[in-house]
Write a protein that binds this ligand. Structure first.
Ligand SMILES: Nc1ncnc2c1ncn2[C@@H]1O[C@H](COP(=O)(O)OP(=O)(O)OP(=O)(O)O)[C@@H](O)[C@H]1O
Length: 295
């Protein structure tokens, strides 16, 4: 296997039911809309991530379900970003980082020796904490990935479609030649989302995409996430529990534990429907965290 196949029959049918974000505004009020029927697109099985000799995250197992939004929450340093980066092999770019266990995408091990990480990232895209447009025009930012993939024709349509999908088209359609860096922070983040969806990934990883944004720009991105979930599977790391409760269908709660040898590791405490995590979690540690008793 040298490439990654996203057309597995296991996810041929779109099974998600998406609840409008506006219907989910307060912590605990989330009707979740989690679709138990949604097939996993990805699965983590006993995943540990090391930086050199240090095991930063230990034994994580959870599914990432098709066209659902999965949030990762937990206190600082518990390994949320580390796990997120392992989902599209971004950790490969960090010297000394190593993943054990299995992460599959459509039942294919993305760390198998014959899998090309660039192919993985084509199917599993990423949006970072700080918007990072290239110092290029808005058009060229969005066209960058398709051009890299050898697309020469129909770029105008691809750019319009991606900017429309990222809820930015109306704001920029008359200034496509303007630098992406001239946009506001929230617009830059939506430009980065447009850049990501222009290459039509199936999964979008978002690492605290709103942490640098004001509340209005944040609510636009949250609304956008909900729209994107009709077509994409999204995994989001967020420090903001209300955000996790508002936007996600599933939530994984991580914490850091100190083992018998005194070494600190990130652990997945609980994974469940977001509504369950925020109203009736199974673990005391989850309840303590979401009620603000620690973290
Ligand atoms: N590039 C790296 N090299 C070495 N150690 C790292 C690296 N990145 C993260 N770590 C360590 O891995 C552990 C988990 O970090 P990570 O950033 O994944 O946690 P997090 O839950 O996302 O934290 P935060 O919420 O503060 O962003 C921490 O102990 C951190 O110091």
């Amino acid at each position: 296997m040298s490439s990654i196949d996203r057309t597995s029959p296991t996810v041929a049918a779109k099974t998600a039911s998406v609840t409008p974000a506006s219907a989910m505004t307060t912590v605990g009020a989330n009707a979740s809309g989690a679709s138990p029927a949604a097939e996993p697109v990805m699965a983590l099985d006993d995943v540990s991530v090391y930086y050199g000799d240090v095991e930063a995250v230990r034994n994580v197992s959870m599914p990432i379900r098709h066209n659902q939004i999965t949030a990762m929450i937990g206190p600082s340093g518990c390994g949320k970003s580390t796990v997120l980066r392992s989902l599209n092999r971004m950790n490969d770019l960090i010297a000394g980082a190593r993943v054990t266990g299995t992460i599959t995408y459509h039942d294919q091990d993305i760390y198998a020796p014959n899998v090309d990480p660039i192919q993985v990232r084509r199917h599993i895209g990423m949006v970072f904490q700080k918007a990072n447009p290239f110092p290029k025009s808005i058009y060229d930012n969005v066209a960058y990935g398709p051009r890299l993939n050898g697309v020469k024709r129909g770029l105008d349509d691809i750019v319009e479609e991606a900017l429309t999908g990222a809820a930015l088209w109306d704001e920029v359609k008359d200034k496509l030649k303007t630098s992406g860096l001239a946009l506001s922070g929230g617009q830059q983040q939506r430009l980065c989302i447009a850049r990501t969806i222009a290459v039509k990934p199936e999964v979008i990883l978002m690492d605290e995409p709103c942490s640098a944004l004001d509340p209005i720009a944040t609510s636009k991105i949250e609304e956008l996430m909900y729209q994107l979930a009709a077509d994409y599977t999204i995994v989001i790391v967020t420090h903001n529990m209300q955000q996790a409760a508002r936007v996600s269908h599933y939530t994984s709660f991580f914490t850091a534990e100190v083992d018998d040898a005194g070494v600190r590791h990130g652990r997945l405490v609980e994974f469940d429907d977001t509504s369950k995590i925020f109203t009736n979690p199974s673990e005391q540690r989850t309840e303590d965290y979401i009620t603000g008793r620690f973290g």
